[in-house]
Design a protein around this ligand. Structure first.
Ligand code: SF4
Length: 384
C-alpha cells in the first residue's frame, strides 16, 4: 500500500490528493514496523481490513472509473497492488474480507514484496527469510585448492531436492562433473541416486532419510525390511508367509514420487495373530508402499551404507562446504541480496563465488594452508 501511494504521489500527486482522506496520512506516512502495529490479532485484523478497503478505493478509482487516465494502470506498484490484493483479500456480496492462511495462494505464487516481486519466503529449520537461496558446489580433493564450480540461485521456497538434477546438468554442461558428489540429506532421494548414476555416471553421496514408520522403531514389529519382494512376479510376502493380493500399480504420492502400493488379503490380515506387530488399522489389511525397483534397492543399500564408519568418513568431507558458506556470508556478504530480481541476484552470487575463488587461488599460490575447523577448548578434551 505504501509502495503504491509513494509511486502515485510522484507521478499523479493531484489525482491522489483528491482521493485520500486525512486519516491516510496517519496510516501510511511512516514505514510499517512491528512496534507500530496494534496489539492482538483482532485489532490487527481490523487494521488489515481498513488497509484492504483503502487499497480497493485506489484500485476502483484506477480500474473502474472511466474518467481515470489509463496510464495509471501501467505503474508497476499499482499492478503489484492489484495482484497483492487478489492474493490477500476476497469479496463476498460486495464486502471485502481478509483471506485466512489456508486460503492464501501457495508460497511460490504469492507476491510478498512490492520492491522485488520475485522474492519468496523460504524456511529452513528455525529460520525464515524472504528472497532467494543459493546452492554452491565446490571441489574437495585432498591437497588441492578447493574451488567453487557451480552456483545455482533459486527462489527461496524451492526445495533442495529439486535442484540436484539441474546442478548436475549445469556441471555437465561445463565439463566439470565429479565422479562423486557429496551432498546433505536435502539433496538426496531414491530417484536421484539412480538417475545420477545412469545419466552422469556420478555417485551421489549423501544420507537418505530414515524409515519413520512406527514399525521401524520397534525391533519386533514388521517394517518394510521384513517383507520379501518378488519384483518379477510383482508380489510381496509378509513375515507370516502371506502373499500380497493384486498386481501392483505405479502411481504418484503427494510429493510427486512414483510409488507402488501393495495390499495383503483382508481375511488373512483380520485373522492374523501377529496383526498388532504389523498394522494399527482396526479393520483394514496391511498395506506397504515401495519405490520402483532400482530406487528401492538404492535406498535400502544407502541406508545400510550410511551406518558404516567407512561411509561416514567419506561423507564427512561434505562438512567443508559449511566453511565455504560461512566465508561467503561473513567475508563477502552472500546473505544480503544487493539487487532486485532473480537474474541480478544470481549475477551477484556468481561474482561473489568468482571473488572467493580468486582469494583461494592467491592463498594457494602463497602456500597458505586451509584453515582448520575451529574446535572449542572443552571439545578438544573429548576422548577419541
Ligand atoms: S497382518 Fe497381514 S500382512 Fe501382517 S503379518 Fe499378518 S497376515 Fe501378514
Amino acid at each position: 500500500m505504501r509502495a503504491a501511494l509513494n509511486a502515485l504521489a510522484v507521478v499523479a500527486p493531484d489525482w491522489l490528493s483528491n482521493l485520500v482522506g486525512n486519516d491516510w496520512f496517519d496510516r501510511y506516512s511512516k514505514p510499517v514496523e512491528e512496534s507500530r502495529l496494534p496489539k492482538g490479532t483482532e485489532a490487527r485484523n481490523v487494521m488489515a481490513e481498513t488497509i484492504g478497503q483503502d487499497g480497493m478505493r485506489i484500485l476502483e478509482a484506477i480500474y473502474d472509473n472511466p474518467n481515470t487516465q489509463l496510464w495509471l494502470r501501467e505503474i508497476p506498484a499499482i499492478k503489484n497492488l492489484r495482484i497483492t490484493w487478489t492474493h490477500q483479500y476476497w469479496i463476498n456480496n460486495g464486502q471485502l474480507n481478509l483471506r485466512s492462511h489456508k486460503d492464501l495462494p501457495p508460497a511460490g505464487l504469492r507476491s510478498n514484496s512490492p520492491y522485488d516481486t520475485e522474492a519468496r519466503y523460504g524456511n529452513k529449520r528455525h529460520t525464515t527469510w524472504m528472497g532467494y537461496k543459493v546452492h554452491l558446489t565446490e571441489t574437495c580433493d585432498k591437497n588441492q585448492v578447493h574451488l567453487i564450480t557451480n552456483v545455482q540461485t533459486t527462489e527461496a521456497h524451492l526445495a533442495d531436492v529439486d535442484q540436484t538434477n539441474s546442478i548436475h546438468q549445469s556441471l555437465a554442461d561445463k565439463e566439470l562433473l565429479p565422479s562423486e558428489h557429496l551432498v546433505d540429506a536435502g539433496y538426496v532421494d531414491g530417484n536421484l541416486l539412480v538417475e545420477s548414476q545412469q545419466k552422469h555416471d556420478l555417485e551421489l553421496i549423501g544420507p537418505v532419510r530414515d524409515n519413520v514408520s512406527w514399525q521401524s522403531k520397534n525391533p519386533d514389529a514388521y517394517d518394510l525390511s521384513r517383507f520379501k519382494i518378488n519384483w518379477k512376479n510383482q508380489q510381496a510376502i509378509c513375515p507370516q508367509g502371506v502373499k500380497s493380493t493384486k498386481k501392483w500399480t505405479l502411481h504418484k504420492d503427494k510429493w510427486d514420487n512414483t510409488v507402488i502400493t501393495i495390499k495383503f488379503p483382508r481375511k488373512a490380515c483380520r485373522e492374523c495373530q501377529f496383526r498388532h506387530l504389523c498394522t494399527r488399522s482396526k479393520t483394514e489389511p496391511r498395506e506397504i508402499t515401495l519405490r520402483p525397483k532400482d530406487e528401492h534397492l538404492a535406498i535400502v543399500k544407502r541406508r545400510k551404507q550410511q551406518e558404516t564408519k567407512e561411509w561416514l568418513k567419506q561423507y564427512n568431507k561434505r562438512a567443508g562446504v559449511e566453511g565455504t558458506i560461512s566465508q561467503g556470508v561473513r567475508a563477502f556478504g552472500l546473505r544480503s541480496a544487493r539487487y532486485v530480481g532473480l537474474d541480478k541476484v544470481h549475477l551477484q552470487h556468481i561474482l561473489t563465488a568468482t571473488a572467493m575463488n580468486l582469494v583461494r587461488l592467491f592463498a594457494w599460490f602463497e602456500g597458505v594452508p586451509l584453515a582448520k575447523t575451529r574446535v572449542s577448548s572443552f571439545a578438544k578434551l573429548a576422548p577419541d
